[in-house]
Design a protein around this ligand. Structure first.
Ligand code: PEP
Length: 250
């Protein structure tokens, strides 16, 4: 079965007002979006509920993070069950900013993934190497190690609720996009790892999306690569060009 193209918008800690968040939603509401593409946006958690009310129903919401405990004394955290209760179907886990700035290990990310799936969330699971690791020829090894932690706690059927986001750290927010050949090569390696570690069927069905300085100018070529099943977009998801990225396959 063909994998449905997927475009996610990660607003990160932007914008700083509810009105601006609603304006981003309104721009999507007014746009012509390719109905063949699954679209998910991840605003700051405070704005999930107001956006839920105003956003068109064919665009889904994601949280940018969730905790690995079901409930309890964890000040400042959000539980997967709370997201489900708020009608949020997706969560981004393991973003490189979480791994680097907030010291989330692959084991923590795997645990978060397990608990999110148990609460019936879908997960956008981010992986990717640093520039030093790429230059050291370690890209596949790093991506595999990050995925292995998840494979260890997931059942084969769990992967139908996971979108893998390959986001090279050196490309995130830097304006240095991976070439389509670099993206394709790494996505193919990730798929081959999933095939060996889980099963050929899971590997064939799992969407592997690319993130890192995706823009309207580079999305079309990246989208032609056979193993690039969509994008996770940071900076450009706050701009009108996000619509062009959603429509990359049109
Ligand atoms: C991201 O934050 O996931 C991302 C890919 O950011 P950017 O598009 O700004 O590089």
């Amino acid at each position: 079965m063909a994998r449905q193209f997927f475009v996610g918008g990660n607003f990160k800690m932007n914008p700083n007002t509810k009105e601006q968040s609603l304006a981003l939603a309104a721009a999507l509401n007014d746009a012509q979006l390719d109905p063949a593409t699954e679209v998910v946006i991840a605003p700051p958690s405070l704005y999930l509920l107001p956006l839920k009310e105003k956003l068109r129903k064919d665009v889904q919401l994601a949280a940018q993070n969730a905790y690995f405990k079901v409930s309890g004394a964890f000040t400042g955290e959000i539980s997967p069950a709370q997201l489900v209760d708020a009608g949020v179907p997706y969560v981004i886990l393991g973003h490189s900013e979480r791994r680097t700035l907030f010291h989330e290990t692959s084991e923590i990310v795997a645990q978060k993934t397990r608990v999110a799936l148990d609460a019936s969330l879908n997960v956008i699971l981010c992986i990717g190497e640093t520039l030093e690791q790429r230059e050291g020829g370690k890209t596949s090894e790093v991506c595999e190690a990050q995925l292995k932690a998840a494979v260890a706690v997931l059942k084969p059927e769990d992967w139908s609720k996971i979108v893998v986001a390959y986001e090279p750290v050196w490309a995130i927010g830097t304006g240095k996009v991976a070439t389509s050949a670099q993206a394709q090569e790494t996505h193919a390696d990730i798929r081959s790892f999933l095939s060996k570690a889980i099963s050929p069927a899971v590997a064939a069905a799992t969407r592997i999306i690319y993130g890192g300085s995706v823009t309207a100018a580079n999305c079309k070529e990246l989208s032609t690569q056979p193993d690039v099943d969509g994008f996770l977009v940071g900076g450009a998801s706050l701009k009108p060009e996000f619509v062009n990225i959603i429509n990359a396959k049109k």
